[in-house]
Design a protein around this ligand. Structure first.
Ligand code: ATP
Length: 234
């Protein structure tokens, strides 16, 4: 039997009268890397925000290890074991690298991730630990955002567009480090605009189109034409 860690069941989310998520269901198994793809505006970031309690569900439910997250505040959701690396990183601008990382650990969940462990994966962050986080390069800032999320010792990690605005060589370096991070038994949903990359690093793929799931299955199960049709709705 699959050990489901996150279950989204008939979820609908609105911004005012505009519907961003429409009757969406999907599940994430323990230790799985799920790629979430879809065009701009398909609802990927909104789904992440709903999982983290930052936007309310109008219908449906989100369950983490069997317990509903409905009405649970974002800070409590982090305490339960879900962390997000948000699109655009959103570091605390006035704080140093190390202060950003320490803040990520405020929930004090037990687990393998400590400052030393983050620094061992991203040594450049140790060298720059006293600098303002926002004085770092884009790639280094992304490392801070990933490290900050790991410091909460999550069981589920939501990665929203890691490559946004980064040079190809930096993107390659960050992706090369992912197995070291995910080797710690994390369950992960990865939003990535580069569909080829998303498919190559994941076990399973979900494509969203206008707020609903247009395709899902094993990452190696689909032709280019099938993915393209699900992506563009053609
Ligand atoms: P992108 O790749 O551009 O980030 P996405 O798939 O993450 O796209 P969302 O950002 O979740 O998509 O947007 C889904 C829909 O909700 C879009 O139609 C978008 O315009 C709308 N939307 C997103 N955020 C808001 C908001 N704060 N207020 C109103 N509408 C919003």
């Amino acid at each position: 039997m699959t050990d489901t860690v996150l279950e989204i069941d008939g979820l609908s989310v609105f911004y005012g009268s505009a519907q961003a998520i429409n009757d969406l269901s999907l599940s994430l198994a323990r230790g799985e890397m799920l790629a979430l793809i879809g065009a701009n505006g398909a609802g990927k970031s909104t789904l992440f925000k709903a999982i983290c309690g930052m936007v309310p569900a109008r219908d449906g439910d989100i369950r983490f290890k069997g317990d509903s997250l409905k009405g649970v505040r974002p800070a409590r959701i982090t305490e339960r074991g879900i962390a997000m690396v948000p699109e655009g990183r959103r570091l605390f601008r006035s704080l140093s690298v190390e202060e950003n990382l320490v803040l990520g650990g405020y929930v004090k969940r037990p687990g393998p991730w400590t400052l030393d462990k983050v620094y061992s994966i991203f040594p450049v962050l140790k060298e720059r630990r006293h600098q303002p986080a926002t004085s770092l390069s884009g790639g280094q800032q992304q490392m801070v955002a990933i490290g900050r999320a790991l410091m909460s010792n999550p069981e589920v990690l939501l990665l929203d567009e890691l490559s946004l605005g980064l040079a190809p060589v930096i993107i390659r370096d960050i992706y090369a480090l992912l197995p070291k991070i995910l080797g710690e038994g994390l369950s992960t949903i990865l939003v990535e605009q580069d569909v080829t990359r998303a498919l190559s690093v994941s076990n399973r793929v979900v494509c969203m189109l206008e707020g609903h799931v247009s395709l899902q299955g094993r990452s190696d199960a689909f032709t280019h034409a099938e993915i393209s049709a699900a992506y563009f709705g053609t």
